[in-house]
Design a protein around this ligand. Structure first.
Ligand SMILES: NC(=O)c1ccc[n+]([C@@H]2O[C@H](COP(=O)([O-])OP(=O)(O)OC[C@H]3O[C@@H](n4cnc5c(N)ncnc54)[C@H](O)[C@@H]3O)[C@@H](O)[C@H]2O)c1
Length: 341
């Protein structure tokens, strides 16, 4: 299958993904920056390049399109891509508000094409192993889960441009990684209370740190911390407490820590065991491979538009809670808007 990519910074990983997959070939690219477009066309030897994504969508031979542009463009480009008959893989977050997410859900259903939201943490080896261990029952039943997106946008590459915008809340744009991870592992949250402050990035137009306390189904408590101005190396440190054990994992270490009976020295003497994993914080290749498999085998995509919308809604609920200083019932106030679509 021939693939097209719109937006060529994060999109470059998608191009590499389509190049390494035996069933796909990167064929078309789009970027509004002509320099980037020219360089990428040469680097990947791409037959078709354009500054207008609609031209790319007109190419019949292209069957899959990745949308890797700034968040504001996801809605229109995904809807147009699906309705043009393409399978679409979209970078996170799906969109910045529920109305836009709903338009994508409707286009996915109308088109009959496959759609996937690229919540890439679901492919980070440390988190994949964490979920496998939890699903096996080794740490018992979860009762508390936490994750964080701790970044420093003063120094992180490319973060000062379109992200610096009143409409782009860090808890949705970046925090969606941690929120999606907890949803994937612990299920849907029911309600949230959150606090935010603005102490690190003076020149940023929105609060730069948020802490959200969630109550999940099955009586699991959860906490997500998101900061875009903290002074420390980037991390998504996450902890999963079960009734029989605990796991500490992230997407930037070459190990995860597991405390469970399997590793106990004696019944009262135990420590964390270090289980090695590959570091791959942006495992876009695995993401692309999964999507291509779903298309070729015509099987459902786990991370479809509804799933992406649930993660956005869970993030929005925390933003609303911190702004309005109240508990937000996620299911009643947000999920109800798209559950029956
Ligand atoms: N999965 C992850 O961990 C991860 C990491 C970084 C970014 N992202 C997501 O990827 C997306 C892109 O982020 P980025 O960091 O690459 O941004 P960026 O600003 O660094 O790059 C965006 C690229 O898209 C191009 N572009 C902008 N508007 C366009 C348009 N209308 N049509 C075509 N091209 C356009 C720009 O010229 C630029 O080359 C965002 O949604 C972001 O949230 C995901």
């Amino acid at each position: 299958m021939k693939a097209g990519v719109i937006g060529l910074r994060m999109g470059k990983s998608h191009l590499i993904g389509y190049k390494q997959n035996p069933y796909t070939q990167p064929f078309g690219i789009c970027d509004i920056d002509e320099d980037t477009l020219k360089k990428t066309k040469k680097e990947f030897d791409i037959p078709f390049a354009t500054t207008d994504y609609k031209d790319l969508l007109k190419i019949k031979d292209i069957e899959i399109v990745s949308v890797a542009t700034p968040d504001y463009y996801h809605k229109q480009q995904c809807v147009d891509g699906l309705l043009a008959g393409k399978h679409v893989l979209c970078e996170k977050p799906l969109a910045l508000n529920i109305d836009d997410c709903i338009d994508i859900i409707k286009a996915e259903k109308k088109s009959g094409k496959k759609f996937m939201i690229g919540q890439v943490c679901r492919f980070a080896p440390g988190f994949v192993l964490t979920k496998e261990i939890i699903d096996s029952g080794e740490i018992g039943e979860l009762f508390f889960v936490e994750s964080e997106y701790a970044h420093n946008y003063r120094v992180a590459e490319g973060t000062g441009k379109w992200r610096k915008d009143k409409k782009r809340k860090p808890f949705i744009g970046g925090g969606c990684h941690a929120v999606d991870l907890l949803r994937w592992i612990a299920g849907d949250p029911v309600e949230v209370f959150a606090y935010s402050n603005h102490r690190c990035l003076d020149d940023w137009p929105v609060d730069d740190a948020t802490i959200a306390i969630y109550r999940f189904e099955n009586d699991i408590m959860g906490k997500v911390f998101c900061s875009i101005g903290c002074v420390r190396p980037y991390t998504m440190r996450s902890v999963f407490y079960g009734t029989k054990g605990t796991i500490i994992s992230d997407n930037t270490s070459d190990y995860i820590l597991v405390c469970s009976e399997r590793y106990f020295k004696t019944k009262s003497e135990y420590d964390f065991a270090r289980i090695p994993v590959k570091i791959s914080s942006h495992n876009v290749y695995a993401e692309v491979n999964y999507f291509v498999d779903c298309i070729l085998s015509n099987s459902p995509v786990e991370m479809d538009a509804i799933e992406g919308t649930k993660t956005v809604a869970t993030c929005i609920a925390a933003v609303v809670s911190s702004e309005e200083k109240r508990k937000v019932n996620i299911k009643e106030e947000l999920f109800s808007r798209f559950n029956n679509l």
